[in-house]
Design a protein around this ligand. Structure first.
Ligand SMILES: [Zn+2]
Length: 464
């Protein structure tokens, strides 16, 4: 009997120690395309290239108490796309690649925004790509097509999302409307459309859509292409926290932040740009950690990914990695493509002129010694694809100059980094959790377990 009482007491003690309060402030960060090697590669790159960074270049979430991995297959394939994965993360339900907020039978499934707004929480949905692109849309829309941008946007207008931010509103020409028309619709829905960060942080008592006044492209600039004054996902996260912190009532808020551009450069197999995008994600999570430090008993932070992009391999040959060689890359493959096309337009098509560009942007010859076969490949690609044919490497989101792709590939290989795919892979993805309600996340094995665990931490259910 005594033994039984003692066991009971010790069980109760364990319960007291491990059960945290119900979270009031919930942050869900989704790195689009963020594989386990994207995170570890960033840390190795930082240690080699950014020696001034704190904690030896570790990302802000790498020491969270839960640091595990989850499966992410969709119901139609072992390799998911962003909309099926986003539906799993937003609703806890598996669906077909390309479907958005509906199950495999095309029935609408309840999403996190619908769940937490019923509980009185304020909602923020933030991304550095289009605000109605796949990942954010799963938090406010239901459609059998992730490309039905008009419908996804209209569902945003009718949703409970209080604060939204993105690089632009995506739309299809065949729907007949222009960007101004979509912005006018937001104003009709009593949403304050704001084009500067300070104003967005100060809006009171109204829904906000923050986006550039004249979007230059469908995404914000890559971290390593940013000019002073360009917005990043860190800025959006900062403004969203300020808005939600002020607007939230005692029920608190839920904020989803997507580092969406990360997927694009991983599709381009551009390691340095990918690592710098991960650094921006890390900085955004740091803002949530700063918030956590003010409300440690009530804040829950989750960092995960929808899928891995590119099949990033670290140290593929010779028992070596030479990350310091990546220090010389000055811009993304996309920007390098732009510079090469500008040269072609100016008629600057000599090998010496191209060498000058590659010296400046990738450190070739002066700082990164090229092997003979690299040099031959570069020269051959220059003659064949840059001078003669305008050959491109086409990935999901970009058409890069083949020479730009090959040059960055050579630099990656000099660091002993290799990519196996221009697309998504079926690899498991990382999951990091910290804060109030953490005990609900110890049994996460699949991406659908994440929203289910968030719901359980709030004393309710989702997707089950
Ligand atoms: Zn992708």
């Amino acid at each position: 009997m005594m033994k039984r009482v003692l066991t009971l007491v010790s069980l109760l003690l364990v319960a007291v120690i491990t059960v945290t309060a119900q979270p009031k402030y919930i942050f869900l960060f989704i790195g689009d395309g963020l594989g386990i090697n994207h995170v570890y590669g960033t840390e190795l790159y930082n240690a080699a290239v950014h020696s001034d960074m704190p904690n030896g270049g570790a990302v802000s979430f790498s020491r969270f108490p839960i640091r595990t991995y989850v499966t992410n297959h969709s119901s139609s394939s072992l390799v998911t796309d962003s909309s099926a994965a986003a539906t799993a993360l937003a609703s806890g339900v598996k669906t077909v690649n390309g479907y958005m907020g509906v199950d495999a039978e095309k029935r609408s499934v309840k999403n996190m925004t619908e769940l937490v707004s019923e509980l009185g929480m304020k909602v923020g949905v933030v991304t550095n790509v289009g605000m109605n692109h796949a990942t954010p849309s799963a938090f406010f829309a239901h459609d059998e097509s992730r490309s039905a941008y008009k419908s996804l946007y209209e569902q945003y207008l009718a949703s409970e999302v209080d604060f939204a931010a993105g690089a632009t509103i995506l739309y299809r020409k065949r729907d007949g409307l222009q960007l101004e028309d979509y912005i006018a619709q937001a104003k009709d829905a009593k949403i304050e459309v704001v084009h500067d960060l300070n104003t967005a942080a100060k809006v009171r008592g109204k829904r906000v859509l923050l986006m550039p006044e004249k979007p230059k492209s469908k995404t914000l600039e890559y971290a390593n292409d940013c000019q002073p004054g360009d917005w990043t996902i860190v800025d959006f996260t900062d403004v969203a926290i300020k808005y939600l912190e002020r607007e939230a009532k005692r029920e608190g808020f839920f904020l989803m932040v997507e580092a969406g551009h990360l997927d694009y450069c991983a599709h381009d197999n551009d390691a340095v740009t990918t690592f710098e995008e991960v650094n921006d994600l890390s900085e955004s999570v740091q803002l949530a950690l700063d918030f956590y430090n003010k409300h440690p008993e009530e804040t829950l932070i989750i960092v995960t990914a929808d899928h891995e992009t590119g099949g990033l391999a670290l140290g593929y040959s010779n028992y070596k990695m030479n990350m310091e060689r990546l220090a010389w890359q000055r811009c993304s493959t996309l920007a390098l493509t732009g510079k090469m096309r500008a040269m072609r337009e100016r008629g600057e098509t000599s090998w010496e002129q191209m060498q000058e560009l590659l010296r400046k942007e990738l450190g070739f010859w002066d700082n990164v010694r090229l092997r003979k076969k690299d040099e031959q490949l570069l020269r051959k690609t220059f003659e064949k694809s840059f001078v003669a044919n305008n050959e491109e490497v086409v990935s999901l989101y970009s058409h890069n100059e083949k020479l730009a792709y090959v040059a960055v590939e050579i630099l990656n290989k000099r660091a002993y980094i290799k990519w196996i795919s221009l697309n998504h892979t079926g690899m498991q993805v990382p999951l990091y959790v910290k804060g109030a309600g953490i005990e609900h996340f110890y049994n996460c094995y699949d991406n659908t377990d994440i929203p289910k665990s968030i719901a359980r931490s709030l004393g309710t259910t989702l997707g089950e």
